[in-house]
Design a protein around this ligand. Structure first.
Ligand SMILES: Nc1nc2c(c(=O)[nH]1)N[C@H]1C(S)=C(S)[C@@H](COP(=O)(O)O)O[C@H]1N2
Ligand SMILES: [Mo]
Length: 168
């Protein structure tokens, strides 16, 4: 299990950005963004769920607005330390409940659950939200993270039970 410090943590936003550059964001850079709470369930694609979690953090859409994508770059690979990655559509990150979370149920995330930052996408299966997230990369073409490369769904919307790629 990674044990990271908030100090020194950064989120690197790169790939097909609007200005072609890379932004390296610290929690200090995000301090001016509205801090919100979202109540949500966590549904693992392997069919276990945790209900009624209260996540705290900033909205992913506000974070990404600091380093917007180039037009036509609608795929995002979210990467954590140690190689974990998840592929999501940009639209999912613009959902108002999509968070870069730092707390759950009023307490800072524990190391096990992703401190100091994890992506929370309540409407998607759990594998789409990396704990210990450190990078977001924009792409023009769909990407594959760990689960996607093992046959899991490119979109992963819970309401549509998008579990496996072969469903489409
Ligand atoms: N970095 C990283 N993030 C991850 C995972 C992982 O193995 N590594 N597992 C994912 C999966 S499949 C789920 S269901 C949730 C589980 O979150 P939890 O450990 O807080 O219950 O984290 C997701 N984020
Ligand atoms: Mo999962």
């Amino acid at each position: 299990m990674p044990t990271l410090e908030a100090e020194g943590w950064t989120l690197r936003v790169g790939g097909e950005t609007l200005d072609g550059g890379v932004r390296v964001l610290t929690w200090d850079d995000l301090a001016d963004l509205p801090d919100v709470e979202v109540e949500a369930d966590l549904h693992c694609v392997d069919r276990h769920s945790v209900t009624g979690l209260r996540w705290g953090g900033v909205r992913m859409r506000d974070v990404l607005a600091l380093a917007p994508p180039a037009p036509g770059s609608e795929h995002v690979l979210l990467a954590a330390v140690r190689g974990y990655a998840a592929a999501v559509h940009l639209e999912e990150l613009r959902h108002p409940d999509a968070l870069l979370a730092h707390s759950v149920d009023g307490e800072p995330l524990s190391p096990e659950h992703g401190w100091p930052a994890r992506v929370v996408l309540p409407h998607l299966y759990g594998f789409k939200g990396p704990k210990w997230v450190v990078e977001a990369t924009y792409h023009r073409e769909p990407q594959q993270g760990w689960w996607e490369s093992h046959g899991y769904h490119p979109r992963g919307r819970v309401a549509r039970e998008e579990r496996f790629a072969h469903q489409d």
